[in-house]
Design a protein around this ligand. Structure first.
Ligand code: E4P
Length: 223
């Protein structure tokens, strides 16, 4: 499998602006994903919080509505795009959703097909021309299906056929979801702040720093 030029990207799966700011400051956030539940957890108004996120992050910010029909999805997309120029329209994996994806992508509007739970759904999303597809690995694990196996299938299909659609591994619940995404060549993992925090930690790193500090003191002249 040959992949040239692009490394894995990290999106932050949150509407917590403090967490987004913390990781943006160290240059580790390439984009943000939200959904209505994530926005609700932020306790803030949808438009206001998306606008604030857009003032911190210049990469793609996925925003999800609640529309059913293609027409409604298009109208909602128009509204979301007024909020910030880097908004990506999150569209549910339905027939009406994919109809809207085709129209939006043809107009140059990026879409993220969400609530994807199988390789066949991901194949349809790619055929519709979606910029992104979001397989939900944690929710698959919850029902006893290995989420990462589905991601592996999607990656094989996209690589075999050179689809431009990028895979955002979503519903990430553990460090191994992130590492497995990287091993499978997934383009992006969207990671909750709690898991991003865990990525830094190793007891031996802490121990090593303490030891080196002690030893440094023993060999440096005072005054
Ligand atoms: C992101 O695009 C998804 O909406 C999110 O990762 C879902 O995560 P959850 O399954 O933990 O709600």
């Amino acid at each position: 499998m040959e992949k040239i030029g692009e490394n894995m990207k990290f999106f932050i799966d949150s509407a917590d602006v403090d967490a987004i700011r913390k990781y943006a400051e160290i240059g580790l956030v390439d984009g943000v994903t939200t959904n209505p539940t994530i926005i609700m957890k932020s306790g803030r108004e949808h438009k206001e919080v998306i606008r604030e996120i857009a003032s911190i992050i210049s990469g793609p910010i996925s925003v999800e509505g609640i529309s059913d029909t293609c027409e409604e999805i298009l109208a909602e997309a128009e509204e979301f795009r007024k909020w910030a120029q880097n908004v990506v329209i999150k569209v549910p994996m339905t027939r009406e959703g994919l109809k809207a994806v085709k129209i939006l992508e043809e107009k140059g509007v990026s879409t993220n097909v969400t609530l994807v739970f199988s390789a066949s759904q991901a194949l349809l999303a790619a055929k519709a021309g979606a910029s992104y597809v979001s397989p939900f690995v944690g929710r698959l694990d919850d029902i006893g299906v290995k989420g990462m196996d589905v991601v592996g299938e999607i990656m094989d299909i996209y690589m075999n056929h050179w689809y431009k659609t990028k895979v955002i591994v979503a519903s990430v619940r553990s460090l191994s979801h992130v590492i497995d995404s990287a091993k499978l060549g997934a383009h992006i993992a969207t990671i909750p702040p709690k898991i991003l925090d865990e990525m830094w930690e190793h007891d031996l790193t802490k121990k090593g720093i303490a030891q080196f500090r002690e030893d440094y003191k023993k060999t440096s002249r005072k005054g």
